[in-house]
Design a protein around this ligand. Structure first.
Ligand code: F3S
Length: 67
């Protein structure tokens, strides 16, 4: 049986906070995109974070939550 060694990370964009500045898309186009002026995670749950933490840190209104 294959064991899961890594925890999944959940990526949430709080749409009511997002001001649509696009910084997360510029920082992490691998997993963020704009839709109707708001950012969305392309994949809401990932095994391994790549640039998502940088996007979280760079969001000017703290709309990105990684848990
Ligand atoms: Fe919105 Fe923050 Fe991205 S304001 S567009 S979630 S950097």
């Amino acid at each position: 049986m294959k064991r899961r060694l890594m925890m999944a990370h959940k990526i949430t964009v709080e749409e009511d906070k997002c001001i649509g500045c696009g910084a997360c898309v510029a920082t992490c186009p691998a997993n963020f995109e704009m839709k109707d002026g708001k950012a969305h995670a392309k994949t809401a749950e990932v095994e391994e974070l790549t640039c998502e933490k940088d996007a979280e840190t760079g969001c000017p209104v703290q709309a990105i939550i990684i848990s």
